[in-house]
Write a new protein. Structure first.
Length: 106
């Protein structure tokens, strides 16, 4: 129906060993052809991109090789929520053939 599942790095900030959702849920979604996007759950500038280097490690551990985002295309088709947004595969540079995120702490 046009939704993306969020891989959320905020879990690391809260002391978890993995991102949200857990690997068993990621595998379940992946087996059903679900698409994922990255998130840091930031509510202020200091949290933007926080722990994305750990999120990349998690993404590799669960065997994901692409990320998606919601975007507009030249269409009047609406998703289930009535918005004209559709899942779009992130550009090749965002696949796991290259580092996905930069560790800003270094």
């Amino acid at each position: 129906y046009g939704a993306l599942f969020e891989l959320n790095a905020a879990a690391f900030r809260k002391g978890w060993e993995t991102a949200y959702p857990g690997s068993d849920i990621v595998r379940y979604i992946k087996q059903r052809s679900g698409h994922f996007t990255a998130s840091d759950d930031s509510h202020g500038p200091l949290a933007v991109g926080l722990n994305y280097h750990r999120l990349q490690e998690y993404i590799e551990e669960v065997g994901l090789y692409e990320l998606w985002f919601l975007g507009r295309v030249n269409t009047s088709t609406q998703n289930a929520a009535g918005r004209e947004l559709v899942p779009i595969r992130a550009p090749k540079a965002w696949t796991m053939t290259e580092p996905m995120f930069v560790d800003a702490s270094k």
